[in-house]
Write a protein that binds this ligand. Structure first.
Ligand SMILES: Nc1ncnc2c1ncn2[C@@H]1O[C@H](COP(=O)(O)OP(=O)(O)OP(=O)(O)O)[C@@H](O)[C@H]1O
Ligand SMILES: N[C@@H](CCO)C(=O)O
Length: 288
């Protein structure tokens, strides 16, 4: 059995802690033979546990402590701590592991509730479970999430070589936001989702860069965001935003614009890699 969970890019511009999209990089968990203890084979390096404390297994055991230990082989092309939802993919894969091994019959709604509780906010786990673009809200107890098909655009990720842990990036955020800014931020997010529902790319483009909630506070941690926006001023594209907590900077482009965006980013010799991603419409899945 294999469990597949997609990468996700959260916030998507003006949707802090609420909007996210599933993309075609994947965490794959291969469930091998039963074993005396949990053993997770992976090549993430020595900071990621290979036993029951590995996030995939820890998540599975958190919802079902009776699971029989197995040998798991985990491979992934989602870089860790870069703003592409690696922890959410591990959490969602862990829930599916428990669901399958423990025959729990959890549906997407229940998976979403459990995943959101564990991750703390829904904008990565919701698209990881459901696929495509998702608008979600969480009141600390219940998560409501709706999928909205996103126009067929490319997502060009500039992924810096350095990690930025979500915890550290959230420490840069303020405790309070002025009332007027919060009202504007919410209004932009609302119309942005309506623009996506109507596949209005011009409006998506204008609103994607009008976030009020996080990008301005994370500028110091991710100077590449302003650098790339400046760099792409003369290159046709839809928009650029900070992916999740960063440091990945995401540029959205129409298919025929992608080669120019990729070329401009490559020519800038930034300290990282540039990767073209497309939308994963399916979300996490199990292949028997
Ligand atoms: N496949 C995995 N197996 C075990 N642990 C993982 C795995 N993927 C991620 N993690 C853990 O999650 C941490 C990264 O989580 P973090 O929330 O900081 O970043 P992210 O999820 O990649 O980015 P973002 O939430 O901004 O999109 C890693 O350092 C590691 O501890
Ligand atoms: N909305 C979250 C996504 C990263 O987990 C943030 O920006 O901190």
């Amino acid at each position: 059995m294999r469990i597949i969970a997609p990468a996700t890019s959260a916030n998507c511009g003006p949707g802090f802690d609420s909007l996210g999209i599933a993309l075609n990089a994947y965490l794959v968990v291969e469930v091998l033979e039963e074993s005396a203890d949990w053993f997770v084979e992976h090549d993430f390096g020595s900071n990621v546990p290979t036993n029951q404390f590995n996030l995939v297994v820890r998540t599975a055991l958190a919802i079902n402590g009776d699971l029989t230990p197995h040998h798991l082989k985990v491979t992934s092309d989602i870089p860790l701590a870069r703003g592409l939802g690696s922890s959410s993919s591990a959490i969602v894969a862990g829930l599916l592991l428990a669901n399958e091994l423990g025959q729990m019959n959890l549906d997407d709604t229940m998976l979403l509730q459990l995943a959101t509780k564990l991750e703390g906010h829904p904008d990565n786990v919701a698209p990881a479970v459901l696929g495509d673009f998702v608008a979600a809200t969480y009141d600390g107890d219940w998560c409501d999430a709706l999928q909205v098909p996103y126009p067929k655009l490319d997502f060009i990720a500039y992924i810096p070589n350095q990690e930025l842990r979500t915890k550290e990036s959230r420490e840069a955020l303020p405790d309070k936001l002025a009332f007027g800014k919060a009202v504007h931020g919410a209004a932009v997010g609302n119309v942005y989702v309506a623009a996506i529902a109507q596949q209005n790319i011009d409006l998506i483009s204008r609103l994607m860069i009008q976030d009020e909630f996080h990008e301005q506070f994370r500028r110091k941690l991710v100077p590449d965001l302003d650098k790339i926006r400046h760099l792409l001023q003369q290159v046709p594209h839809v928009g650029t935003y900070l992916s999740g907590a960063g440091p990945t900077v995401m540029t959205v482009a129409e298919k025929d614009q992608t080669p120019q965006v990729m070329a401009a980013l490559a020519a800038a010799n930034l300290a990282g890699t540039v990767k073209k991603l497309t939308i994963d419409r399916l979300g996490a899945r199990v292949i028997n």
